[in-house]
Design a protein around this ligand. Sequence first.
Ligand SMILES: [Ca+2]
Ligand SMILES: [Ca+2]
Length: 287
Amino acid sequence: MGSACWRRSQQIVQRIGFAFVTWVSVLLLTFGLGAVAKAAVITAAVDTFVHSYYPNNNYGSQPHLQVKNSTSTSPTYFRKTYIRFEPNWSGLGFTPGQAASASLLLNFVESGAGVLNSPYDASPFSFSVYGVKDDSTAGTGGGQMPSWAESTSPNYITWNNAGANDTATGNGVTAGEVYGGLALGTFTLTGKGIGSLTFSSSSLVDFIRSDTDGKITFIIVRDTQEPHWINGTYVHAIASREHTTTDGPRLELTAVPEPASGCLLLGLAGCGVVALCRRTMWQRAWR
Ligand SMILES: [Ca+2]
Ligand SMILES: [Ca+2]
């Protein structure tokens, strides 16, 4: 075999080698940077509602999470709903700070409480969603944040002991105890609003990202005050986690985890080797 033929064979082998190393490096970089978005749907850990007319009663095992506001002042029949999610962040494979989107999924069901006949069954009802701050210690007994109890007797949540509940109003919360001092957002239903409801907002994502303790509590209230219409005295209801035929509250999250550092390092190293070899060959060619 002549020397020219031998050099040609060497060049072919080198090119195949470079191509292989380049391909593997690009593959590693792709996996490293590749932003494999993750998603999770978490079911509620505990949920209940509190009732102003029965301020020491607990409804933690009920199939409904009731919500009601009205213009009546004495007596009152207000209801507010509390829901807590307890995401296992390490199990989900991402941190709260990596949350990219969040949605609160609720199923509204017939409450069987009150009526909503025509024309009020076509009326809009507005609701607000609040997030309890991580450092809140509001409430007493079983209603103290953030580890309030759903229905464990006697330490359970009630109208009187629930943290962040403004007991003077049908939709108020204690501003200093909720994230940002404001609602995370609002949503509107028509009439009874039977069916699924998805709530999302940028403040909801911010609230999720602020989680430091794996406990995420929402308070849902109805801002629309029912004026005791003859045909329109209705209590809205969300299926609780105890509902037997309808899904309870869920929290849907997506996240973009950090790049896999091992893949990134190997990929970069591979690219470095390829670049170095090519530079060496180029220098030799000009000697
Ligand atoms: Ca419950
Ligand atoms: Ca939290």
